[in-house]
Write a protein that binds this ligand. Structure first.
Ligand SMILES: O=C(O)C(=O)COP(=O)(O)O
Length: 405
């Protein structure tokens, strides 16, 4: 099997890949036309990228391609629709860079609070000004709002709590009971989080629902001195409105790792109104750029490549295309409570479903239980299997699955 790795990638994973008999082509400088040309000339079956853009045009003109791996979390740099149309799998490496991103978020929180970048720059200019920083608030006891309680949001919460922050959050795919179990105050909407938080950090992918969500109306709900942190994607912010609010509200600060129109080149000039704004602390999209995260991601990509070379299959949990996000409702009528519901929930989670809500008032004999789950079509098949199995179980009168589309 031939694998093209077209981005910076873990050396250990590259070596392991070659040792496993995989033919590896490694060229992290490939981009745009040069990537398209190598896809055609080398005809790899697998392509591994980080933020390098994989366009529909590249996909359509690479008949050898079977599998694209995003060595990271977000897959918005890959034309997943074109990949699906061409029967090419796309998979990511969920959770493998979460700690690295959460660590960066803590860095930004502390940087804004203690004005670390100004501290450095004054000293570099040969100036001492202890008095300039006496207004810093401190973060203990302040409220952190987390928009998106997935793998990264959870890691942020763990670290924030150890700094004494109170944590609240929202996520349509996480139930209030799951959030409470993590010690997170749960809200149904981002707007509710905005009203109560001193610092708000975003950990959602770029989707039609999340694009532009950091805008004037969201910021109007926030406290005057709010700090917003965006390490997710640049397009979550409406940068024009954000810049206007930074001017209008003296106490409002923004810290980010991501920007609209981020350069494809690893090193170049970057003149950007937000990045250069005095009340914005920025980093260079380095959230995942730790050796630890790179190794974890590299090994996960390697695991998938080896699995794919043997079975031509991709783990459902990693597969991000060939499916649409869909909603289903599962109801189970039980004759006696047994383990039916607990088992159902575990199986749902095992098959990759995110349980949104469960009306599981105290177990009662003869009761009906309902779970609304968001899942992938791929997992729908798996869910159908679980429901069929439940119907054969002792104590279950009837299990039903309604696909809500
Ligand atoms: O994993 C992600 O979604 C990231 O944004 C990390 O980006 P990178 O792999 O460093 O280009």
């Amino acid at each position: 099997m031939k694998v093209l790795v077209a981005d910076l990638f873990s050396q250990a994973a590259l070596e392991e890949m070659s040792n496993s008999g995989i033919q590896v082509i490694y060229n992290h400088a490939l981009n745009g036309d040069s990537l398209k040309a190598v896809l055609q000339s080398e005809a790899p079956e697998v392509l591994v990228v980080r933020s390098t853009k994989v366009t529909g045009d590249m996909i359509a003109s690479s008949p050898s391609l079977e599998f694209i791996i995003r060595a990271g979390a977000g897959v918005d740099n890959i034309d997943c629709v074109a990949a699906s149309k061409n029967s090419i799998y796309v998979a990511n490496c969920p959770g493998k860079n979460s700690v690295a991103v959460a660590e960066l978020v803590m860095g930004h929180i502390l940087s804004v609070d203690r004005r670390l970048p100004e501290n450095y720059s004054l000293l570099k200019q040969g100036k001492w000004n202890k008095g300039a920083f006496s207004e810093c608030t401190g973060i203990k006891g302040r409220k952190l709002g987390i928009i998106g309680l997935g793998a990264i949001g959870k890691e942020v919460s763990i670290r924030a709590k150890s700094f004494g922050l109170e944590v609240c959050g929202t996520d349509p795919f996480v139930s209030s009971s799951q959030a409470h179990a993590l010690g997170i105050e749960y809200f149904n909407t981002a707007e509710e989080v905005a009203r109560v938080s001193d610092i708000i950090t975003f950990h959602v992918p770029s989707t039609p629902q999340t694009k532009g969500m950091i805008n004037s109306s969201f910021l109007a709900l926030c406290k005057e001195n709010v700090v917003i942190i965006n390490t997710s994607r640049g397009d979550l912010a409406n940068e024009t409105e954000l810049l206007r609010e930074l001017e209008a509200k003296p106490g409002f600060w923004y810290a980010c790792d991501v920007y609209l129109g981020e350069p494809a080149a690893k090193e170049c000039d970057f003149v950007h109104a937000l990045a250069q704004h005095p009340k914005v602390y920025g980093s260079h999209h380095i959230g995942a750029s730790t050796k630890q995260a790179e190794t974890a991601i590299g090994l996960e990509a390697l695991r998938m490549i080896l699995q794919y070379s043997k079975t031509r299959k991709v783990d459902a949990g990693n597969l991000v295309n060939m499916q649409t996000t869909t909603k289903a409702n599962v109801s189970v009528n039980v004759r006696h409570h047994g383990q039916a519901l607990a088992g159902l929930l575990t199986s749902l989670v095992d098959c990759g479903c995110k349980v949104q809500e469960i009306e599981n008032k105290p177990f009662r004999d003869g009761a009906a239980y309902t779970a609304t789950v968001y899942l992938d079509c791929k997992n729908l098949e798996c869910l159908q299997g679980i429901v069929a199995e439940l119907n054969g179980k002792e104590g279950v009168i009837h299990a039903n699955l309604v696909h809500l589309g």
